[in-house]
Design a protein around this ligand. Structure first.
Ligand code: AMP
Length: 212
């Protein structure tokens, strides 16, 4: 199965992709995670990506195409993949289509995680990761005992650098202007499936699995 996950920042793409990866044993390819790894590795490219990400802007399309081409031609992606965070522009969507045509491996579907814009801000400002387990939590929505489990075990609740209010506003603006056109790109090709992505993680996963 080859799918693209679409949705605004905070729509739960990463969370749902991780569950699907565990269920179906196909790699979850998150361009945001790949860029954060490059930032941590401290390369020159990583330093440039850091500045762009902290501003809530997008890394240029030609660089993203290079990264994704390399990743999709690795052996573990031969039997399928879940793309999370790519494509994010109309140009990237066209580039991906061309790349997959060359590989003879067209997409099965593009799934849109549909969440109300007001809800997104709360999901993003409240988002934390437990420093011990890597578990994703939200200070507004996670059960208190899950938050306490992390803190009582000596963990810290880490906030992503780009989850501050100003950057979040920019990321949502960029989504509206540059990524929403990608939704109609897949609609025109009859590949789009929209999933109501509000509710608990399990409820959304149930709808997501049904859509697939
Ligand atoms: P994410 O974790 O998917 O929200 O991505 C975090 C940040 O990485 C974004 O705000 C962008 O700055 C950058 N990024 C991730 N994926 C892409 C992409 N496909 N094109 C351009 N920039 C990206």
């Amino acid at each position: 199965m080859r799918i693209v996950l679409l949705g605004a920042p905070g729509s739960g793409k990463g969370t749902q992709a991780k569950k699907l990866m565990a269920d179906r044993n196909i790699p979850h390819i998150s361009t945001g995670d790949m860029l954060r790894e490059a930032v941590s590795a401290g390369s020159r490219f990583g330093a440039r990506a850091k500045t762009i990400m902290e501003a809530g802007q997008l890394v240029p399309d030609d660089i993203m195409l290079g990264i994704i081409s390399e990743r999709l031609t690795r052996p573990d992606a031969a039997d399928g993949f879940i793309l999370d965070g790519f494509p994010r522009t109309r140009q990237q969507a066209g580039d991906l289509e061309e790349l997959l045509d060359q590989l003879g491996a067209p997409l099965d579907a593009a799934v849109l995680m549909d969440v109300d814009f007001e809800m997104l801000t709360k999901r993003l400002t409240g988002r934390r990761t437990c420093s011990l387990t890597g578990k994703l939590l939200n200070v507004y929505f996670s059960p208190q005992d899950e938050i306490d489990d992390c803190l009582n075990a000596g963990g810290e609740l880490i906030q992503r650098e780009d989850d501050n209010e100003e950057t979040i506003k920019n990321r949502l603006d960029v989504y509206r202007e540059q990524t929403e056109p990608v939704v109609s790109f897949y609609e025109k090709r009859s590949k789009l499936k929209a999933v109501d992505a509000e509710g608990s993680i399990d409820e959304v996963y149930e709808r997501f699995s049904q859509a697939l």
